[in-house]
Design a protein around this ligand. Structure first.
Ligand code: ADP
Ligand code: MG
Length: 695
C-alpha cells in the first residue's frame, strides 16, 4: 500500500536535520509557554490572516507558540522573585491578569451554572452579553495568577515550612498549571473578584471544585499537593487541640506505581510539618464510619512518613514497606491514621464496601479521565460517594479530558445538594489533548512485525550509514500492547546489550503480572539509571515521572489518541527538550493511525515547527477515518492480531519457541481460565493494563 511508505517518508523529512534539537528553553525553566507579546495582542485579525473562522480559531491557539518578539514583556518570574522577596504583592489589575493568562496560555472556564432568582435572569443575561464566552456558551473567568513561588508565602499565606520545603527542592519558577491553579485552590476569594462571583451567582468562600487539563510533565502533582497539605496545616493552626491525624485528603491514581510516586512527592513537601501521607495497602484499615468499633483503636505507628520524608527520588525503602504489608496484611484491629491517603481506586473501594469517609474534605482524582472511564468508574464513583462531607471539594487533573468525562463530573457534583453555589472551574493549559511541544515525533513504517524488531535493533545499535532512523539516546521506554508481547520482546532483546556495558541487566520488562517487589525494584533501578531500556505496557503510560527518559518507542501503536499523548509524555518532562517519540506501524495499523497522526500534526503546529516536518495535510486526509465502534474496540482490545497466541515477537527457531511456549503455558492457561470465569474488565485493569481512554 503506497500510502504507508509515503507516510514514513513524510515524517522522515526532518531526519536530515538534527534529530535532537538544541534546547531553546533554559533547562531550569519548567514553563512550556510564555509569550509575553501574546498578552499584548488584542485583535485576532492582527495575528494571522485566515480564510475561515474555524481555522482562525485554531490559529489563535497555535499562535501562542509564535516566536517571542518582546514589545513590552512582562517581568520574568525570576526577576520578580528575587526583587521583592516576601513583601505582599498587590492584586494585579484586570488587564495584567489577562495578559499573564494569555501569555502562559491559561484558559479558565466556569463549567457549572448557578440559577438565579427568576426576576433577575433577564437583566443579568443582557449584562453578560459582552462578556467573553467559550464556544459552548460557558463563561470565561480571569482569576489572579501567581507569578512566583514566593507569592505563596506573601500572598497566599502558606506555611513557612511548606514554603521552605519547596525552596529546598529547588522549585523556583512555577509551571503554567501551578501559577494558574494555586491561587484559586489556596484562596479562591482572593483569586476571583467578588463581583465576578456575584455576577454568576456562585460563592468562593467554601472553595471551588476544579478540573485542570494541563500537559504531561507540567507539574500537576505539586499543584494539588500544596493546597492539600496547606489545608491540613490551616485547620491545625486554627485549633490547637486538633493535632491528631484526621483523614482529610484522598488522592486517587490509577496505578500503584503512580500512587507511590505521589506519596513520595508528598512526603518531601510535608517534611517537618507533621502532616502524614500514607499509600493505601491491601488489608489496611482506616478510620471510617460504618465499621465495627474496636478496643484497640490505636494508631499504626507507621515509620513511613518519617522514614521517607525528605528522602531522595529513590523509592526503594517505601517499596520494601509496601511488600511487607502486602505479604502480611495488618491485623483488622490496627487502624492507620493519616491526613492524606493516596490510593488506587480498587484498593480503597475494596476496603470501603459500604463504609463512609465523612472526614474527607478534598478528593483529588489524578489522571481523572481514566479514573472516570468505564473501566474504573464504578470504583472511583464509589469512593466519591463515600466521602459524605458537605464541604467535600473535588479536584480532577489530567493531560487529556473528553467532554463526556467533564459532563460526568458536572453531573456528579450537581447531584450533591450542598454544591448548588460551589463553582466548578476548568483550567486548560495550551491546547487540550496534545503532546508537549518539546517532543520530536517520528512515525516509522516497518511493514511487518519482524520489521519492528529490526527497526528497534537499529535504534539500539545505530549505524552511522543509516540516517533514516532518529537518534535515540538511552534511557528509553518501549511500549508493547500486551504483557505477553512485553515479555517476548524482553526475551528477544535481553542479550542485545554487550556484557561489557552491563548486558541483560540493562534491559527489563515491567508489567502487572510481576510481583509487587519485582515491579518496585525495576522502577527503582530504572530511576537509578541502572536499567537503560524498559519495556512495558500501558501500565506505565500515565503519570510516571522518570526524569531522564530521552525517548519513548511505541513498539505497538497506542490504542487511542489520549494513550499516545500519555505514553509520549513520559519524555520531555518539566520543560526538558530533546525527547524523541517513535511509533512503529505495520500494514495492520494504518486503519488506526489517523487519530495519532492528528495529535502529532497538531502538537507540531503548536510547537511552531514547519508544516512539512509534521504530517502533510493531503496525507492526513488520505488516511482512512475510523468509526466510533472501531475506535472503541481498538481501545478496549488493541490490535487484534497482537492478542494471545497470534502475538509473536521472535527470531527464535520454531523448536525454541515451542519450548518457551511450554514454559509460559501454565500462566497463559490460568489467564484464559480467569477470562472464562468472567473476570471483569475492571479487575483486568487493576491488574495493570487498560486499553486506552478516549471518548
Ligand atoms: P504532571 O503530573 O503534570 O505530569 P509532575 O507533577 O509529575 O507532572 O511533574 C513533572 C516533573 O516536573 C517532576 O519531576 C517535578 O518535580 C517537576 N516540576 C514540577 N513543578 C516544577 C517547577 N515549578 N519547577 C521545576 N520542576 C518542576
Ligand atoms: Mg501527574
Amino acid at each position: 500500500m503506497d500510502i504507508l511508505k509515503i507516510l514514513s517518508r513524510g515524517t522522515k523529512k526532518s531526519a536530515t536535520q538534527p534529530t535532537i534539537p538544541k534546547p531553546v528553553v533554559k533547562p531550569s525553566n519548567p514553563q512550556l509557554y510564555n509569550d509575553p507579546t501574546r498578552g499584548l495582542k488584542r485583535k485576532r485579525n492582527e495575528e494571522q490572516p485566515s480564510s475561515n473562522q474555524e481555522a482562525d480559531d485554531d490559529l489563535e491557539e497555535i499562535n501562542f507558540f509564535a516566536p517571542h518578539i518582546a514589545k513590552k514583556p512582562i517581568p520574568e518570574p525570576e526577576t520578580r522573585e528575587t526583587s521583592k522577596e516576601d513583601a505582599s504583592k498587590p492584586l494585579l489589575d484586570d488587564e495584567e491578569v489577562r495578559q499573564v493568562l494569555r501569555s502562559h496560555r491559561l484558559k479558565f472556564t466556569l463549567l457549572s451554572s448557578h440559577e438565579r432568582k427568576k426576576s433577575k435572569v433577564k437583566k443579568s443575561k443582557k449584562k453578560e452579553e459582552d462578556k467573553p464566552k467559550e464556544k459552548d456558551g460557558k463563561k470565561q473567568l480571569f482569576p489572579q495568577p501567581m507569578t512566583s513561588f514566593s507569592e505563596l508565602r506573601s500572598n497566599y499565606n502558606i506555611s513557612t515550612r511548606l514554603g521552605d520545603n519547596l525552596a529546598k527542592q529547588g522549585y523556583r519558577i512555577p509551571t503554567e498549571v501551578q501559577l494558574g491553579s494555586l491561587p484559586l485552590l489556596l484562596q479562591p476569594e482572593r483569586a476571583i473578584a467578588s463581583s465576578t462571583a456575584k455576577e454568576s451567582n456562585f460563592k468562593t468562600k467554601h472553595g471551588v471544585d476544579f478540573l485542570a487539563v494541563a500537559p504531561t510533565g507540567s507539574g500537576k502533582t505539586l499543584a494539588f499537593l500544596i493546597p492539600a497539605i496547606n489545608s491540613i496545616l490551616r485547620r491545625r493552626a486554627g485549633d490547637a487541640a486538633q493535632k491528631d491525624h484526621i483523614l482529610e485528603v484522598v488522592v486517587v491514581a490509577p496505578t500503584r506505581e503512580l500512587a507511590h510516586q505521589i506519596v513520595n512527592e508528598g512526603r518531601k513537601l510535608a517534611q517537618g510539618t507533621g502532616v502524614k501521607i500514607v499509600g493505601m495497602k491491601r488489608g489496611m484499615q482506616l478510620p471510617a464510619e460504618g465499621q465495627p468499633d474496636s478496643d484497640s483503636d490505636k494508631e499504626e505507628e507507621g515509620s513511613e512518613n518519617d522514614q521517607e520524608a525528605g528522602s531522595s527520588d529513590d523509592d526503594d525503602g517505601d517499596d520494601a514497606e509496601d511488600d511487607k504489608q502486602d505479604n502480611k496484611p495488618q491485623k483488622a484491629t490496627t487502624i492507620t491514621k493519616t491526613d492524606i491517603l493516596v490510593t488506587t481506586p480498587m484498593l480503597l473501594r475494596n476496603f470501603l464496601k459500604s463504609r463512609k469517609l465523612p472526614t474527607v474534605k478534598h478528593l483529588v482524582l489524578d489522571e481523572a479521565d481514566v479514573l472516570l472511564d468505564p473501566l474504573f468508574r464504578e470504583q472511583t464513583l464509589g469512593i466519591w460517594t463515600a466521602c459524605t462531607s458537605d464541604s467535600l471539594r473535588v479536584a480532577c487533573w489530567s493531560a487529556t479530558m473528553g467532554s463526556n468525562i467533564e459532563g460526568l463530573i458536572l453531573e456528579q457534583l450537581k447531584s450533591r445538594e450542598s454544591h448548588s453555589s460551589i463553582p466548578l472551574i476548568r483550567l486548560v493549559v495550551g491546547l487540550k489533548d496534545t503532546a508537549v511541544p518539546s517532543i520530536n515525533h517520528k512515525l516509522i513504517y516497518t511493514a511487518t512485525e519482524q520489521g519492528k524488531l529490526f527497526a528497534l535493533r537499529q535504534l539500539l545499535h545505530p549505524s552511522s550509514s543509516d540516517d533514516s532512523m532518529p537518534n535515540m539516546r538511552l534511557p528509553f521506554l518501549v511500549f508493547a500492547q500486551t504483557i505477553d508481547r512485553a515479555t517476548a520482546l524482553h526475551n528477544e532483546l535481553k542479550f542485545d546489550i554487550p556484557v561489557e556495558a552491563g548486558g541483560s541487566s540493562r534491559i527489563a520488562a515491567l508489567h502487572s503480572s510481576l510481583s509487587d517487589s519485582a515491579r518496585s525494584s525495576i522502577v527503582a533501578r530504572f530511576r537509578a539509571g541502572e536499567i537503560w531500556v524498559l519495556i512495558t505496557t500501558d501500565l506505565l503510560m500515565r503519570g510516571i515521572d522518570f526524569r531522564g527518559v530521552n525517548g519513548v518507542i511505541n513498539y505497538d501503536v497506542p490504542t487511542s489518541a489520549a494513550a499516545y499523548v500519555h505514553r509520549v509524555g513520559r519524555t520531555g518532562r518539566a520543560g526538558h527538550e530533546g525527547g524523541v517519540a517513535v511509533t512503529f506501524y505495520t500494514t495492520e495499523d494504518v486503519a488506526y493511525l489517523k487519530s495519532i497522526a492528528n495529535v502529532i500534526s497538531l502538537s507540531e503546529k503548536q510547537a511552531g515547527k514547519a508544516s512539512e516536518e509534521g504530517i502533510p495535510k493531503w496525507l492526513m486526509d488520505s488516511l482512512p477515518k475510523v468509526g466510533k465502534e472501531e475506535k472503541k474496540k481498538l481501545k478496549k482490545r488493541g490490535v487484534e492480531s497482537r492478542r494471545g497466541d497470534k502475538a509473536k515477537i521472535t527470531t527464535q527457531s520454531a523448536w525454541e519457541r515451542r519450548k518457551e511456549n511450554n514454559k509460559r503455558g501454565a500462566i497463559a492457561g490460568s489467564k484464559k481460565r480467569k477470562i472464562q470465569e468472567g473476570v471483569s474488565d475492571t479487575q483486568a485493569v487493576e491488574d495493570g493494563e487498560w486499553g486506552g481512554i478516549d471518548d
